[in-house]
Every structure is written in C-alpha cells, then in structure tokens.
Design a protein around this ligand. Sequence first.
Ligand code: ADP
Length: 305
Amino acid sequence: MNLNKLIVIGSVNIDHILNVNEFPKPGETLKGSNYKISYGGKGANQAVAAGRLGANVQFIAAVGDDDLGKKFKQQLESDHIDTHTVAVVESKNTGVALILVNKQGENQIAIHEGANSAVTPEYVGQFEDDIIKANAVLMQLETPLQTIEHVAKLAKQNNTKVILNPAPAQSLSDDLLKHIDIITPNETEAEYLTGIKIVTEQDAQKASAFLHNKGINTVIITLGSKGAWVSYCGKGEIVSGFHVKAVDTIGAGDTFNGMLVTALLEGKVLNQAVRYAHAAAALSVTKAGAQTSVPTRNEVEDFIK
Ligand code: ADP
C-alpha cells in the first residue's frame, strides 16, 4: 500500500470568462473584453492543488471527446496527476462554465455539467480496488450525489479517510454525512447544511456540534480571510489565516482543501495541516485564476517559516 495515496473524485469544467461593463439585459447583446478560457471545476482544481503541493494523486473524473477536454487531461498529467481514471466520454462535451464578470467584480455564471454526469456509481465502481487501497478520498458536490454516497460508504467501510468539501451548497442525507471523516464547508455551505448562520464563534461551535452529531469527527468551517473554525469531536477553536493582499479569491477553498489533505497524509496534526492549508490558500489569493494561482510546495514552505 502506498502511504501517501489520495484519490480525488470530482468535476472538470472549462471556464469561459468575459468581462462586461454591465450584465446584458434579456434580449440585449453587449460587447465584452478580456475573453479567457481557463481550466476549472472543483474536482480538477483540488486535484491540481494536492498534486502540485506534494500528494500522490489519482483523479477519477470525466471529460468530453472535445479538444479542450483532451488538452485538459494532458495538462493534469503535467501536474503529475494519475489520470488513467479520467474517462474521455464520447458524444458528451466537457463540463462548461460561462462566466460574465461586471465592473464591480460580481459574476453571473451558467454551467453545463456535460461529461461530469458520467461520473456515476457504475463508472467509479470499476475502481473500487483503488479506493479501498488509498489512504484518503477527497470529493466535492459537482458530480452526481449517488456516486459520492456510494464512494463514501465504500471508503469508510475500508478505512480510507473520507474528506468532503460540500460545495456548491446543497442538502445532504444523514446516510451520507455519517460516512464522512472530515467536512470542510465555507460559511454559506455550513449554514446550508445546519440552518445556523455563522456570525460568531458560538455559531461556528453550534454548527460544528450539529455536524458532529451526524457522525463526522472533524469539522472545518472556512471563514475567508479570518481563517477557519476547526473542531475535532466537539473541541473547537479558530485557527487564524494569513494576511495578504487579495487579488482574486477564486479557487481559495480548492487550494485550501488540496493542501489540507496533502498535509494530513504526510502525518501533520490537524491544526498544523490547517495552517499549511491557510498558507497555500493565502498565496493563491494573491494571484488571479484557480489552477494558475496554486503555489508550489516550496513557496508554501518559505511563506510559513
Ligand atoms: P471558499 O473559497 O470556498 O468560499 P473561503 O472564502 O472560506 O472559502 O476561503 C477558504 C480559505 O482560503 C480560508 O480559510 C483562507 O485560508 C483562505 N482565504 C480566503 N480568502 C482569503 C483572504 N482574503 N486572505 C487570506 N486568506 C484567504
């Protein structure tokens, strides 16, 4: 068994980003500027973050049989990710996000799941052996929920650690929650899962107690620039983040999750792993983009000294 093996199961999206002065009204056509295509999807972002930051990553995902999807797969390989379980699905497009950003920095996003819908329990079932032998599996909520439920159960029964980043926010069954070892919502997602609006430390404590009661030992609620509420079996505290000049917070949570899991697999204790995750995420917000902003491990080590 490889002691450092991480399986990431999740989405791949091609982001098409366009800046506009104002969002177009229904029926209106407007000129945009700075058109960019970038690689995204929470699954791919977290796989890239973990891979670049030192984990031995196998990615279970699907792209379409279009050029962008195939190039994306090659790009993942150049980040040292094992992509033999990234399917190229005929007659489907790679997942797409169409993103308009206005002058205020607000965005409007429409997505099409495309090949991400092919990450079914049957597809992932082919790799049960890999999941059982891995040390940890990291998932998000942009691929079919039945798959996440299936994998969480299988992994938990076989002592593979289950880490769930419950993003984007959606409600989850008690049957899924009881198979999770570590959950990492942001404030919005924590409120969605627990019904508790996170304003004070007491709110974070209550929200984590709610999730502990569902059977999850470790609850980490990320709090943006304030850091994170970290609670293990009911004992919680704020672990502060790092002060940086934020340029673009897209993908901060993904970098946080990638570094967190990597550090835990290396044997770091929980709060130290969270510090590493804060450092990597803080460095990522100083640069634009999602995958392009993930720092190298050396950069994180220099920053954290
Ligand atoms: P998400 O990106 O999923 O919405 P958060 O906004 O809570 O999640 O951010 C995740 C993590 O990224 C934080 O816990 C922190 O480590 C880091 N982070 C986010 N924003 C900043 C910031 N402005 N300055 C420093 N670190 C940040």
